[in-house]
Write a protein that binds this ligand. Structure first.
Ligand code: FPP
Length: 222
């Protein structure tokens, strides 16, 4: 969800105003995704690297996140959305962790779209954690070296319960992956949208889906 800061700067506003408008885009995109039948939507809301931002920006983002979860729980539930989160959740402030737990619990039985928030998330860390766990199982003799295969690794990622993404959308014209789901996007289609995230609403989202629909996916075949 890139471009909040630049969106604000272009308007002479503080960066946090861009994040605040970005929350409106989150609402719009989540609602639209649910309506068109998306099964899983993962939002990269806060990366492991984002902790290095100025303290006041991190604090403001955490407050926005907590408020979003608190304000949206009922609507998510009414729309049959199940909220989940991936990342180093133990690094989040206690208030955010508590609210996350509440929203997860309130929506746990829903069987519509799964909305996954990537929070304090870093893909290399995720893969490293999986490698460490697999090494531990081997050391304890619970698996042998020949048991280590792609399925075993995938089953130790934070995303073990979700399918790999079909489509990765990056906003603000940036052509980087930025440590996001590196393993899982092996065969995802990439769509780079020019709009800054605060301007990325229903229309832009549907355009990206449309573009995805035109792609021919071969998964390495012919
Ligand atoms: C990237 O833009 C955006 C973020 C680091 C934060 C995204 C957070 C939100 C949209 C709000 C909270 C999230 C939810 C799910 C309610 P940037 O700040 O890097 O922008 P720039 O590249 O223009 O500087």
């Amino acid at each position: 969800m890139d471009g909040n800061g630049r969106w604000a700067k272009e308007r002479g506003l503080p960066r946090i105003e861009g994040h605040r408008q970005g929350v409106e885009s989150v609402r719009d995109v989540v609602r639209t995704a649910g309506q068109i039948g998306v099964g899983y939507l993962t939002l990269y809301a806060f990366s492991a690297e984002n902790w290095s931002r100025p303290r006041h920006e991190v604090a403001a983002l955490m407050r926005l996140l907590e408020k979003y979860l608190r304000d949206e729980t009922d609507e998510l539930h009414e729309n049959n959305v199940r909220l989940e989160a991936i990342g180093c959740l133990q690094d989040l402030p206690g208030r955010v962790q508590k609210q996350l737990q509440k929203t997860r619990q309130a929506t746990a039985q829903n069987d519509g779209m799964v909305l996954v928030l990537a929070l304090s998330y870093g893909s290399r860390r995720e893969i490293t954690d999986a490698a460490r766990e697999v090494a531990r199982l081997a050391k304890e003799g619970k698996i042998s070296i020949s048991d280590v295969n792609e399925t075993l690794i995938a089953n130790h990622l934070y995303t073990r319960d979700y399918p790999d993404p079909d489509l990765l959308i990056r906003t603000s014209g940036e052509m980087r992956i930025s440590n996001f789901l590196l393993w899982q996007i092996s065969y995802a289609e990439l769509v780079v949208a020019p709009a800054m995230w605060p301007d990325f609403r229903k229309d832009q989202f549907l355009r990206a889906i449309d573009e995805y629909g035109k792609r021919e996916r071969r998964f390495g075949g012919i």
